[in-house]
Design a protein around this ligand. Structure first.
Ligand code: SAM
Length: 275
């Protein structure tokens, strides 16, 4: 028999759709802990059943009362306790940050067992630059707030990653087309599952595709960096054409000048020709 686990908090990543992606080490830890803190005992119960593990589960999220957090931490100070989320890596748009922060403040050992995270799977599948990326969680639901978040990130010289849901995809793509015209975008859907799909292209193409084929399931949006930071060659005419869909020639020229560093007056003249 393996040696018993030391006390502490064990952050364990779980599959994002394909149960075969549970790591052997993660499963071994789940088998060996005194309790598993999880978002939803039914969801984690199914995973444990699949793995043939019987374990005590404690419902936990970061909105839990301080008492509930204290309970998990008091246990982790004495015994091994795992933290899992419904799917993927805990703390990544999922509960756990407050628990980990407080565990470290109390001197409780924390260890993290890597595994699936939808953002990384999407980035690697997208065909967009992977050397620098910024993961920004979920885009806000409300149009104004969504726009503000995108505007805040417009000049970031990195690939952008957002979590999304199928019913909100059309609104998100429309906002991206408006605020970040000319960017290549990937829609990564149902990753690791039977109907996995990753479609990369111009925003207008993606909007048209998903209007004709309403998407289902879970989605990650991946947005290419501004042109100057991107190794892929998209010419200024393409950017101007996209910008002209929503903007007057002067605004389109200003937008493309900001994205590319090209001369605004020359772009304006070209925008008038294209119009
Ligand atoms: N902690 C998780 C992780 O590490 O990926 C993410 C949890 S977050 C609450 C759920 C979101 O992750 C979904 O709305 C979707 O954007 C993304 N996601 C999770 N599983 C996915 C999958 N199989 N395919 C595409 N996106 C997925």
């Amino acid at each position: 028999m393996d040696a018993p686990l030391s006390p502490g908090l064990y952050i364990v990543a779980t599959p994002i759709g394909n149960l075969g992606d549970m790591t052997p080490r993660g499963a071994e830890i789940l088998r060996g802990v005194a309790a598993i803190a999880c978002e939803d005992t039914r969801v984690t119960g199914k995973l444990l059943h699949h793995l043939g593990i019987k374990a005590r589960m404690i419902r936990y999220d970061d909105h839990a009362s301080d008492n509930a957090r204290d309970g998990v931490l008091a246990l982790a100070a004495q015994q091994p306790v795992a933290l899992v989320s419904d799917a993927g890596t805990p703390l990544i748009s999922d509960p756990g940050f407050k628990l980990v922060r407080e565990a470290k403040a109390r001197g409780i050992a924390v260890t993290s067992l890597p595994g699936a995270s939808a953002a990384i799977v999407a980035l690697t599948l997208s065909g967009l630059p992977s050397d620098r990326f910024l993961f920004a969680g979920f885009l806000p639901n409300k149009a104004k707030a969504r726009r503000e978040v995108l505007e805040e990130l417009v000049a970031v010289p990195a690939t952008l990653l957002f979590y999304e849901t199928a019913p909100r995809l059309a609104d998100a793509l429309a906002a991206i087309g408006d605020v970040l015209p000319g960017r290549e975008v990937a829609v990564a859907r149902e990753l690791t599952k039977k109907f996995e799909e990753c479609r990369t292209g111009a925003v207008a193409e993606l909007i048209a595709h998903y209007a004709a084929h309403p998407p289902k399931g879970e989605i990650v949006l991946v947005i290419a960096p501004p042109l100057a930071a991107s190794p892929s060659e998209v010419d200024a005419d393409t950017l101007l054409r996209e910008a002209l869909v929503h903007h007057k020639p002067s605004q389109a020229a200003a937008e493309v000048a900001r994205l590319t560093g090209l001369d605004r007056k020359a772009l304006y003249a070209r925008a008038l020709d294209l119009k």
